[in-house]
Write a protein of this length. Structure first.
Length: 135
């Protein structure tokens, strides 16, 4: 090669494939960490929860820990990929009420178990991804 000239070989396809692979792995790891944190934060009720004292109607009996057991990870169906952490599948359809609260809960506030789990993961995910990509 002539003086002052240099040759750069760029393997864009291979580089992008590797970046996508590392990103997918870190997304999966992140979803697992969110799941673990959500299971730590989710409240577990007592034997049988009764509601509707004014009407005298009993709430459908809930098994203690059903919400905690309902937490699952699924692959996203979107083209971009990724993972989804779901709460409230099966017998735990009350997940939304526990997360956000109702007019019957104290101060009308929920437990925010998913929001707290995601908030704790946000910064950690970014740090881990940068570390893996060497940025």
């Amino acid at each position: 090669m002539a003086k002052g000239r240099f040759k750069i070989e760029w393997y864009a396809d291979e580089v992008m494939r590797e970046v996508k692979r590392m990103t997918r792995q870190e997304q999966r790891n992140s979803a697992r960490r969110i799941l673990q944190r959500a299971r730590k934060f989710v409240p577990v009720g007592g034997q049988s929860n009764k509601i509707g004292r004014q009407t005298g109607k009993a709430w459908k009996s809930k098994n203690p820990g059903s919400l905690k057991r309902s937490l699952k990870i699924h692959r996203s169906k979107f083209a971009e990929g990724g993972y989804v952490v779901l709460a409230g599948t099966g017998e735990a359809e009350h997940a939304v009420y526990v997360e956000y609260g109702t007019i019957f809960t104290q101060n009308r506030r929920g437990f925010r178990f998913m929001k707290r789990a995601i908030a704790q993961e946000k910064a950690y995910f970014t740090r881990q991804l940068r570390k893996r990509l060497g940025v």
